[in-house]
Design a protein around this ligand. Structure first.
Ligand code: BTN
Length: 235
């Protein structure tokens, strides 16, 4: 797939600039890359620590897939980020995935993914810690350099775009099945204890797998629960 990278020294949020460009008709494969963000956004209305030295980019995607299937993209994106991280770290280190789209190295978060819908375009925002980690995120964090890797931000961007393009092609040709399988293979094992925020409340259970649409299956004392969006901590 062809990417058209637009590079900026500083933006509020690359997702916001990607939305603006999408509204102006930016084509599929437009990439907004900023050296730093002054108003980086995370999931659940959090801010995303965005000093120069890490990777911040947003892809404009124009997909034929029905809107109900767009959440599958967050699994695809996390796999592409995990592929990228693995390529930059020593061979014995492997990125692990946490539902819905966290990429972890030894339990510490190294990247964040924020997928948003902007009219008929989908914006896939990805932040990858290369040099810096936030001082107090409320959870463990790491970076490529802190994990023993070596990378330039532009090098990381190019690897990420390559891996994203490959994962997207498989998804478009074969659907969610292979993405789901690859995600499960890298995720917490079946039965792992998870703590999930469901509409502001914490629910604890055992990981029962991913449903065919990407929903989390959580085994709780009362039975099996389907969780569509939330915040999971591997306990
Ligand atoms: C999360 O909360 O884990 C998601 C964080 C997503 C951060 C990226 S950085 C590039 C893009 N622009 C933003 O404002 N957010 C995303």
């Amino acid at each position: 797939m062809m990417f058209n990278v637009r590079h900026y020294e500083r933006l509020g949020s690359t997702n916001d600039e990607a939305r603006r460009l999408a509204a102006e008709g930016a084509e599929h494969g437009t990439v907004v890359h900023a050296d730093e963000q002054t108003a980086g956004r995370g999931r659940l209305a959090r801010t995303w620590f965005s000093p120069a030295g890490n990777l911040y980019l947003s892809l404009v995607l124009r997909l034929e897939t029905p809107p109900a299937r767009r959440q599958e993209l967050s699994f695809l994106a996390s796999l592409a980020v995990a592929d990228t991280v693995d390529a930059m770290l020593p061979k014995h280190v492997r990125a692990m995935l946490k539902w819905p789209n966290d990429v972890l190295i030894a339990g510490a978060k190294i990247a964040g993914i924020l997928i948003e819908q902007a009219d008929d375009a989908t914006i896939a925002g990805i932040g990858l810690n290369i040099l810096h980690t936030p001082a107090s995120a409320g959870y463990k964090t790491t970076s490529i350099v802190a994990s023993g890797g070596l990378a330039s931000v532009d090098g990381a961007r190019d690897i990420l775009l390559d891996r994203f393009g490959k994962r997207l092609a498989v998804w478009q040709a074969n659907g969610f099945g292979p993405v789901r399988d690859a995600w499960m293979e890298r995720a917490h094992p079946i039965g792992a204890s998870l703590r999930v925020m469901v509409s502001g409340e914490t629910v604890e259970g055992a990981f029962g797998g991913l449903d065919t649409d990407g929903a989390l299956l959580l085994d709780v004392p009362g039975g099996r629960q389907r969780v569509v969006a939330g915040d999971v901590g591997v306990v």
